[in-house]
Write a protein that binds this ligand. Structure first.
Ligand SMILES: Nc1ncnc2c1ncn2[C@@H]1O[C@H](COP(=O)(O)OP(=O)(O)OP(=O)(O)O)[C@@H](O)[C@H]1O
Length: 360
């Protein structure tokens, strides 16, 4: 657990970067600090491992005041990941990851074996271990940065905009990977970003900072969206927050049966038919013809996101993006289990509201 108690940082030139911050980061969770540029996120993070010392107030890591621990000892228990990974360019990937274990006195072989394991944990082929950082893509370098931070198995991980230098697709992969890792590793993670979507995806709790180092709101993602504390938070989380609230609602939506057919079959079409492969996975929709036809690949209309049964947002998006207005629901194997309708999602939302599951 990390506790900030009335923490203020005033730099020598008088800039107040962090103003009376009170906040508790629960152990074993990902907490995200988000906010516009210059609002004090990085300063708050760096006070945890004493790269910056507070002007007043106290920071406790697992009950211990960080100011009573010498910085090198403190940092051995706190991994740190930054933008652009911050790797040593003249060391191989394996040696980059093995750095902290070596500093902690491990022998070379043990440190390298551990480093190779860590590369696998973060989803990199251990063969990359022999390369130098410049021979990796940005996303791969970030994974190495995460592996290096995990090398000493620290209970706490500080991550400062770690994924902001990579393209959006790689970035989403890295986010998903971090959530998977966290489910296994159960670290206490503080993650800094200025991207509200990243914050809402990763954070169990999200601290929204406002210019001047003020904490505007500290809440779970669903609450930030449905009950922003002030106009600043409301505008920061975005205009489509009503829609995005649906991401965090898992109410039941009725799943309707759907007519399906396979390529090469002769079927009688009225309205839409969902064409599936031999494993019952969706291939596309057939319509625009009435009467008996043969199902041909070139007549299929594809498109539409698939609904995996997890959130109301997924259900609504599947329905809205489907050419038939029916959202295709699939099981873990990708096989069709039925379809969902947009109006059912709206009704499920109304029910969740009535049951008090969505703050009004
Ligand atoms: N060494 C310093 N001396 C003076 N002012 C500083 C110093 N470091 C940071 N600041 C100021 O403190 C404020 C908070 O900076 P900080 O880096 O914590 O913001 P941030 O929210 O992480 O921003 P960004 O998203 O742009 O990285 C800013 O106004 C910044 O200019």
């Amino acid at each position: 657990m990390i506790e900030f108690r009335a923490v203020t940082k005033r730099f020598e030139d008088g800039t107040i970067a962090v103003d009376e911050l009170d906040l508790t980061v629960e152990a074993g969770t990902i907490t995200v600090f988000v906010g516009p540029s210059g609002c004090g996120k990085t300063t708050s993070l760096r006070m945890v491992n004493r790269m910056i010392d507070p002007t007043s107030g106290t920071i406790l890591v697992d009950g211990r005041d960080v100011m009573t621990v010498d910085p090198p000892t403190l940092r051995r228990g706190i991994g740190y990941v930054i933008q652009q990974a911050g790797l040593f360019p003249h060391r191989t990937v394996l040696d980059n990851v093995a750095t902290v274990p070596l500093l902690s006195g491990w022998d070379k072989r043990k440190a390298r074996t551990r480093a190779a394991e860590l590369l696998e944990i973060v989803g990199l082929d251990p063969a990359f271990g022999k390369r130098y950082p410049a021979q990796l893509s940005g996303g791969q370098q970030q994974r190495v940065g995460v592996a290096r931070a995990l090398a000493a198995d620290p209970p706490v991980l500080l991550m400062d905009e770690p994924f902001s230098a990579v393209d959006p697709v790689v970035r989403e992969d890295l986010q998903t990977e971090l959530l998977r890792l966290q489910a296994e590793l159960d670290k206490t993670i503080v993650f800094v970003t200025h991207d509200i979507d990243e914050a809402l995806k990763l954070g169990e709790r999200v601290a929204v900072f406002q210019t001047g180092g003020h904490l505007a709101q500290y809440a779970k993602p669903a609450e930030l969206l449905s009950a922003p504390a002030n106009d600043f938070v409301a505008s920061f989380v975005g205009r489509d927050r009503g829609y995005r609230t649906l991401t965090f609602l898992h109410a039941d939506v009725p799943v309707h049966p759907v007519a399906t057919a396979k390529l090469g079959e002769r079927v009688t079409v009225t309205g839409w038919i969902l064409v599936v492969d031999d494993e019952n996975r969706p291939k596309g929709w057939l319509s625009g013809v009435d009467g008996e036809v043969e199902v041909r690949e070139q007549d299929l209309v594809s498109g539409g996101s698939l609904y995996d049964g997890t959130s109301l947002r997924g259900a609504l998006d599947a329905a809205l993006s489907s050419p038939s207005a029916l959202g295709v629901m699939v099981d873990d194997a990708g096989a069709v289990s039925g379809v969902v309708r947009a109006d059912d999602v709206i009704q499920a939302l109304a029910k969740a509201r009535a049951a008090g599951e969505v703050p009004k």
